[in-house]
Design a protein around this ligand. Structure first.
Ligand SMILES: Cc1cc2nc3c(=O)[nH]c(=O)nc-3n(C[C@H](O)[C@H](O)[C@H](O)COP(=O)(O)OP(=O)(O)OC[C@H]3O[C@@H](n4cnc5c(N)ncnc54)[C@H](O)[C@@H]3O)c2cc1C
Length: 417
């Protein structure tokens, strides 16, 4: 069908955006017997979905709904009706029915068995085609059409399309080259919605300390870190870390950045403390060193620390402690030993920047949840308008949380309740 014919048709639903949320909502609505038009501004559908999980698509995880919601913090319960409609088991079953098996190799994160996000996109595209959903790419929606408190359709840069209901599934603002550039926010505010402050999240962070450059590419497992500012010490994260030329990245940093970027908009720098020794506290470190020295009393300080850390990090920490690492650990003064142990238990770093939305996997903030009915995803401001996915003010950590939310909220919104 050509755009011209489509503009003359009247749909029961128009979905704006072909991400995980938008495609799921279109499929649900069509399966419920509605005529659906899906509008996508890029020339291809599912561009961000393709990039997920490094191309492997970590589509959900095996947490039960209560634990899943808890990981989203205060607003997690908003997701309850959506997760009841489509939890991780139902999502896996949805894809199985489309011919895509998925599995959780580590018992937690779920991937398609092919470990290719294209499998997911192709299956959804095929299902949309089978259902007769009209998909138009290269159609950027600019505004909503509405009258007397009810949505009537949308206007793109070239055409106007009419429908009884519209779902905004335009995503957040991260990785703008993949389509999501915050277009849904002005559409929502134009009909009375509020958009919260917006912050880039799930991204590498820059640090002030120069020594990290000498450790670049070193990966440290099970790192824990927390914000070392009086009112914010509960902001913490755990996971693997990789040093870069000017900062830190890796799973722990992706999660931690969700806590840090809002603080960086308040403070120029955010001091943090990091434990690089798999969570060992000072006492455990002392015991570890004692045992290691009992096995080999001639080890110098560097060799001793290397039992816990890569040499570049071990050298950097000895330098910070101003200790000659070629000396035996027992030959160090008590003060120096204590200092080194303190530093190994909690190493200070100073976060002083990031690369903004262009490197942000998700957006913190979005359309206020207070203005959306969690049982239907319908707008409380305009009848017939619905939301799903990242465009709303809710975001989760790394590990399939954000896609599960996008799929589940899309599934609920597509019911047009
Ligand atoms: C590199 C990367 C890897 C990620 N990996 C994972 C992962 O493995 N697991 C996980 O759970 N989460 C992951 N995420 C996060 C996850 O991808 C997103 O939270 C999720 O895809 C959001 O889905 P969405 O449908 O709400 O929005 P999007 O996927 O962003 O889709 C929005 C769509 O709307 C279109 N659009 C926007 N404005 C308009 C307009 N005006 N008119 C028409 N169309 C428009 C866009 O082009 C886009 O196609 C990752 C994110 C990135 C960037």
């Amino acid at each position: 069908m050509k755009p011209k014919d489509i503009t003359q048709s009247h749909y029961q639903l128009i979905v704006i955006g072909s991400g995980a949320a938008g495609m799921m909502s279109a499929i649900r609505a069509s399966r419920e017997g509605r005529s659906v038009l899906l509008l996508e501004k890029l020339s291809k559908i599912g561009a961000k979905l393709k990039a997920t999980g490094g191309g492997r698509c970590n589509l959900t995880n095996t947490l039960g709904n209560e634990d899943f919601m808890a990981r989203f913090g205060r607003d997690g319960r908003f997701m309850s009706p959506a997760l009841e409609a489509l939890d991780y088991k139902a999502l896996m079953a949805f894809f199985t029915a489309l011919g895509v098996e998925s599995h959780a190799p580590d018992g937690y994160r779920v991937f398609p068995i092919t470990h290719s996000s294209s499998t997911i996109i192709n299956a959804m595209q095929q299902e949309m085609q089978n259902l007769g959903i009209h998909v138009l790419c290269s159609q950027k929606v600019d505004t909503l059409v509405h009258d007397e408190g009810k949505v009537k359709g949308v206007q793109t840069q070239s055409d106007t399309f009419y429908a009884d209901a519209v779902i905004i599934a335009t995503g957040g603002m991260g990785y703008p080259m993949l389509g999501a550039e915050g277009d849904g926010y002005p559409m929502a505010t134009s009909v009375g919605h509020t958009v919260t402050d917006l912050f880039p999240a799930m991204m590498p962070l820059k640090v002030k300390e120069r020594w990290v450059a000498d450790c670049r590419a070193d990966t440290l497992p099970k790192v824990s870190m927390y914000v070392n500012l009086k009112k914010y010490k509960k902001r913490s994260a755990k996971g693997d870390l990789i040093f870069t030329k000017g900062g830190i990245r890796g799973p722990v940093v992706l999660d931690f950045s969700r806590e840090i970027t809002p603080l960086l908009s308040k403070f120029d720098e955010v001091p943090i403390l990091a434990n690089f020794t798999k969570g060992m506290n000072q006492e455990q470190l002392r015991t570890h060193f004692k045992d290691a020295l009992a096995k080999d009393p001639h080890r110098n300080t560097l060799a001793l620390i290397q039992t816990l850390l890569p040499s570049s990090v071990a050298i950097a920490l000895c330098d910070i402690a101003q200790i000659d690492h070629s000396i035996g650990f027992t030959k160090l003064s008590g003060k120096n030993r204590d200092h080194l142990i303190e530093l190994l238990a909690w190493t200070p770093l100073t976060i002083n920047g990031h690369d903004g939305f262009k490197m942000a996997m998700i957006t913190r903030g979005g359309i206020s949840l207070k203005e959306i009915d969690p049982y239907t995803m319908q707008s409380k401001k305009l009848k017939g308008l619905y939301f799903c996915g990242e465009v709303m003010n809710i975001d989760g950590p790394c590990g399939g949380y954000n896609l599960q939310w996008s799929f589940a909220s899309g599934y609920l919104a597509g019911n047009l309740g």
